[in-house]
Design a binder for this molecule. Structure first.
Ligand code: UDP
Length: 460
């Protein structure tokens, strides 16, 4: 009987309206989720900011509406201002009216279909009030790990003892943070340059997650089992862990930058598990001297490497101007530098041996899914938390703790690629890869959670 009810509801062509934050690491999981829900019979409308607007031609089965977010007025500050909350707060103000107008317009459209719910990124906390006003259930997509939300919830953002600005000289620098012992003070200083603003942001997103109708997480139960128990105690609304989203479909098409696919045939020519893949994602920046240290380390280490240097990533450079002299000669055919890679395919390629990453949550999950051990160089926001989980909790990577310095980098690469320690990491992450597949298979935890989500949305 239960099944009949589900079938009847899913044939009524109900629509879901989705609203991603306009950054690559948020657009990817939202569009992947949209595809997943679409295959379960829902129609999809995407409301999106003008800034970083997704390529709608890759999604002819969705309807897109663009709203004026005015982000371009501040976008040039992204390279120099490390305070993420400045940009997020701006968007939560600039989008209110355009979003509300757009949504109200869509709800007023005549037709025989109904809108089941709104799914918005947790970072767009303002949308809960809009949803309440328009009497539409809002489900939150939180694109980070569960552990990150617990850490954010616990950290002493407003502490008088300013623990977010410690330096190497402070005696506590290497110590664990009492509120979240997995983390050390030296990591939490990286999370934000503005603890006060971060504290306000965290309160806003957590409050509005609690006020929502449910939370969708891009993770899987077996990876974060203990944290999931804590989360379900903290949040009274239902949580759905149906990740990793990208595994539901062959490859993603929500890339904002064109992916250089020529490297796949280069990878085909490399020995199994020999290539060091290096990428720091879509927003992290590094200084010229850090860039040069990376280059020297890659030149010295003697292993094949694939290095993603996003244009604008090196502060003060357009692209590769500050490479050390004779670097290309030394690199020869052993290395490749590209502007942007088809990352999921690179990680899945048998030649890829390790992933030197900034530990954005998508990158971290993608590495787990393909069983590729990591070298962790987190930059900011949730990345230091993810890095600590990777190195200390799951023991599937090496934390490059002391920054970008060629000898330290070479040691970290050797530890993962050549040492027994690295072999053990590879065994552990290979186990996790198998667990991912089990959780996505019929009857597995993610499979089940997706069914629960579909039923839940159908019940609205
Ligand atoms: N990515 C990609 N090509 C690259 C580097 C990254 O397609 O050369 C994708 C990657 O697969 C991931 C996303 O961009 O899905 C980055 O998200 P993540 O959360 O790892 O980091 P962010 O960019 O948000 O810092």
């Amino acid at each position: 009987h239960g099944n009949n009810v589900t079938d009847l509801r899913s044939t009524t062509h109900r629509r879901i309206i989705m609203f991603p934050l306009p950054f690559q690491g948020h657009i990817n999981p939202m569009l992947q989720l949209a595809n997943i829900l679409h295959t379960h019979g829902f129609k999809i409308t995407i409301i999106h900011a003008e800034y970083n607007s997704p390529n709608s031609s890759n999604y002819p089965h969705f309807t897109f509406y663009s709203i004026k977010d005015r982000f371009s007025e501040i976008a040039d500050q992204l390279a120099t201002n490390r305070d993420a909350t400045f940009f997020l707060k701006y968007l939560n103000e600039s989008c209110v009216h355009p979003f509300k107008n757009c949504l109200a317009g869509l709800l007023a459209e005549p037709g025989d279909e109904t809108v089941a719910c709104l799914i918005t990124d947790a970072g767009f906390y303002f949308t809960q009030a809009v949803a309440d006003e328009l009497k539409l259930p809002r489900i939150v997509l939180r694109t980070s790990s569960l552990g990150c939300v617990l850490a954010y919830d616990a950290l002493p953002w407003h502490s008088k003892k300013d623990c977010f600005h410690l330096s190497k000289e402070d005696s506590d620098y290497e110590a664990s943070v009492p509120e979240y012992p997995l983390l050390k003070f030296k990591e939490i200083v990286k999370i934000t340059t503005n603890p006060q603003g971060m504290g306000e942001f965290v309160t806003n997103i957590l409050d509005q997650m609690k006020a929502s109708s449910g939370i969708i997480w891009n993770t899987f139960k077996e990876l974060e089992e203990t944290d999931l128990q804590t989360i379900t105690q903290h949040f009274q609304v239902p949580s759905f862990t149906l990740g990793p989203f990208h595994k539901y479909f062959p490859a993603s098409s929500s890339s904002l930058i064109e992916q250089d696919r020529t490297i796949l045939s280069w990878l085909d020519k490399q020995p199994p598990k020999s290539v060091v893949y290096v990428s720091f994602g879509s927003v992290a920046h590094i200084t010229e001297s850090e860039f040069q240290e990376v280059a020297h380390a890659l030149a010295n280490i003697g292993l094949p490497f694939l290095w993603v240097v996003r244009p604008g990533m090196v502060i003060g450079s357009e692209w590769l101007e500050s490479l050390p002299e004779k670097f290309e000669e030394r690199m020869g055919d052993r290395g490749r530098i590209v502007k942007w890679s088809p990352q999921q395919e690179v990680l899945a390629h048998p030649a890829t041996g390790c992933f030197w990453t900034h530990n954005g949550w998508n990158s971290t999950l993608e590495s787990v899914c393909e069983g590729v051990p990591m070298i962790c160089s987190p930059c900011f926001v949730d990345q230091p938390v993810n890095a600590r989980y990777v190195s200390d909790a799951w023991k599937i990577g090496v934390f490059l703790e002391d920054g970008f310095e060629r000898v330290g980098i070479e040691t970290a690469i050797k530890r993962v690629m050549m040492d027994k320690e690295g072999e053990e990491m590879r065994e552990r992450i290979t186990c996790l890869k198998k667990t991912v597949n089990v959780s996505l298979d019929k009857g597995g935890s993610s499979f089940q959670s997706l069914n629960n989500l579909v039923d839940y949305i159908s019940s609205f």
